[in-house]
Design a protein around this ligand. Sequence first.
Ligand code: ADP
Length: 256
Amino acid sequence: WVRATGKLYEDVSGQSNFSGIVQDITQRKNEEQRKDDFLSIASHELKTPVTSLKGALQLLDRKKNDLANPVIPRLIAQANVSVNKITYLIDDLLNTTRTNEGQLHLNYTAFTISEMLDQCCNHLRMGGKHELVVQGDRSLKMWADEIRIDQVVVNLVNNAAKYAPDARTIYLIVEDLGASVKVSVKDNGPGISPDKVAHLFDRYYRVDYSGVQYSGLGLGLYISAEIIKKHQGEIGVDTEVGKGSTFWFTVPSRSA
Ligand code: ADP
């Protein structure tokens, strides 16, 4: 894509000429395209739980005079699931805006891996199909913003459950590297091809798995990377197609 600003004129021989500036705007076009794609995905992702919520509320309204009806608890559960989905989506959108505006402030405290996992478990969406196995020392301490680190772990574990639906076990591995603490989330899912890996932590980036529709906005890994960078840590992935992926991050240990 090029953008030309200037004017066309005819020279003395009658030939058309252009005088002005020609800019290569391919990169901007790609970004605009990704934003457009993102907006359409975001609208679709929000519409699905809102439609489900609306359906549940309409049915509840019709049955409001019959509170003993056994369908009522199911409708309330459906409404709750939908509201949670909407909340997660809105949180991701808000976090992205905050991150872009440099408003990600960290509130450092010391906490153990066990304490972190207790906080995370309410937000994990493994749907009973997966088991989370923790390897390493749960009493290991981290010095970080616990809420933000929970968010990263939840993103990585939920991704493992989503993209490796047939894997029974997801491993959460904790290692003390001396200068830092390393947390890895390992799945035996489909893995990711090398040409995609470089983009995984980009904003709005999603791998196109032809045929399979996974819900998501392409923001989870981007937000996770921003959180870890803000902690002066590192984030990455070791992955092999057909074998699975290990997403990991490190957070510096507290200097005495
Ligand atoms: P989202 O899940 O909303 O698409 P993310 O930023 O969390 O956004 O992930 C970006 C992309 O990385 C996903 O679309 C998916 O293709 C890929 N991905 C993330 N985690 C895994 C995983 N454990 N196994 C395979 N692919 C993954």
